[in-house]
Design a protein around this ligand. Sequence first.
Ligand code: 13P
Length: 249
Amino acid sequence: MRIKLMAANWKMYKTPDQTRDFFRDFLPLVSGHTRDEIVVCPPFLDLSAALEAAQGSKVAIGAQNVHWKEEGAFTGETSTIMLLAYGVTHVIIGHSERRQYFGETDDTVNLRLKTALEAGLTPICCVGEVLEEREAGSTDDVLRRQCTRAFHAISAKKAARLVIAYEPVWAIGTGKTATPEIAAEAHAVIRNEAGRAFGEDFAEKLRILYGGSVKPDNSSALMAQEEIDGALVGGASLDPKSFAAIVKY
Ligand code: 13P
């Protein structure tokens, strides 16, 4: 049995005050909820407020990106050492918005993933096809390529904490959710690829989240799929009631 991970990706939303307000309202809604793991990934500048607000609760805090060097002349970047010093435990890597707008490649995803795993962070590594790739029938190839490159030169032992998020780009922020069956099929391709890279036992334990227009009203149908081990939620995670409803599907 894989414990589901319900993750919020706030993207570039909320100030520290709004972060505190969120946790004030969200924590009581999930205080008795022990079935799933919960993680909230706010923007870097809100991490401090989030960590303070979530202290003593079961909600973990994650970052939305991390550089692959521990320190250096890399203006605007943040390292694993800095995240760990704060108390951050999770990090999103290779989100499609970073791939689309900020030059993220399969190779830089691999570098970030290696570093995050070595540092003991739990990476949530994002993969997913764009609409043209799905329409061209190349979804499976795209997922295989993204996984193979992301996993390059990482051992099964090192990868133990790895979490994957399948986020079809055409479903992000569009209100178009992949049907539970489409998501489950893609998850099976990813699990198969993880099996080739890290072995069958590893693949069996690997958590694969679904992301893309997850809402309170579709969460339970998605989570009912055996292949789906949690959610990575964007827009609907900004509101405490809505994210709590998704978590408690
Ligand atoms: P939405 O839930 O807003 O579609 O975003 C999904 C996402 O990109 C989570 O990382």
